[in-house]
Design a protein around this ligand. Sequence first.
Ligand code: SF4
Length: 357
Amino acid sequence: MSDNRIKEKTPIHLYMPEGTLPETPVWWLEDLRGKGVDALWIEIREKGKIIASPDTAGNGETGRIHGLPVIYRPLTESALERAIGLSSAGVAVDPRWVDHLIEHAGTGKKRHLPLYLTSQPQSPGFLKDELEILALSVEKLRSAGLVNLFSHIPVAHSTALYNAYGFLKRDLEVQTIVGITPHGEERDLLFQGALHIGSLFYEGFADAVVLIPRNRTLLDRHEAMGLLGIAKRTLATIGRYPLGYSVISCPMCGRCEIDIPGMTEQVERLMQSIEIEYREKGISLENTGGITVAVMGCNVNGPGEAKGADIGIAGGRGGSGTIFLKGRAHVTLPEKDLLDEFSKLVRDLIDEKIDTR
Ligand code: SF4
């Protein structure tokens, strides 16, 4: 059994195509922030008001919209100056605009602005040229003293994507942000997302994720939440994102003295309701670092095998079970009383994590 607790939290951004921000309600932006979106990418032109929602005017001058840092993406080279002026969290720019970039961001406090060099969607045939352009841009920017560089290159083909990000990371030594966008069915997206994000992060080729919805005119909440869920689950599996909680169970063997599937389901349901309960109080379990819960077949080996978990339940003899904390037996109770006590101890653990944050 692996210890799937989280070592680090990967930044997740949400891309908002031009014109979608005014149609997006404030509550939804706040909800996105609470659920793990760390920054917005917003497309802008040279002129035009930036509005956070129809009922509340966003203030682009602060570089944040409803608590979310904004990375502006100018749609034309002439909008670049405005994007740099507005943003304190970063600008996403075409690497071909490097001279303009140096001119507008090369001095004063904007020198440290994160620059997301964002190529246009590429078919594998054009990738080589695009990587050469990127390499040249990076060299020029570094020579001008602009070193807070990220790169994002959208490629649909898995092998090409893998090679491209390997080049960005190993040869150019820039930070990278990988996009996840819906293509085809939801099931395909799940596989693609897991494959693309999982393999790039696993190899150390990616540093952050940007969710790119398919709809260019109206942000679809269901779609964005789906993308967010896939990104978080995939990253959590490789230890790059704290889920609010994760439930693990043992593979079972002849020693098993508990209905593992049944108990795991009950524990899952309990954890879901606890997560909702805390969210309603304004507390995200993710922000506590997450909690790992184990359901183990026997109390002889179970606590030791699941010592990476914060808390667990292990089956015992004669209709009893043991609750263990950090691999050590805590209390043995009749099965009927296990879940009530477990639920109380989980809440105590979460409160402890909140207090020590
Ligand atoms: S915890 Fe017990 S039942 Fe589960 S695999 Fe280990 S020895 Fe077997």
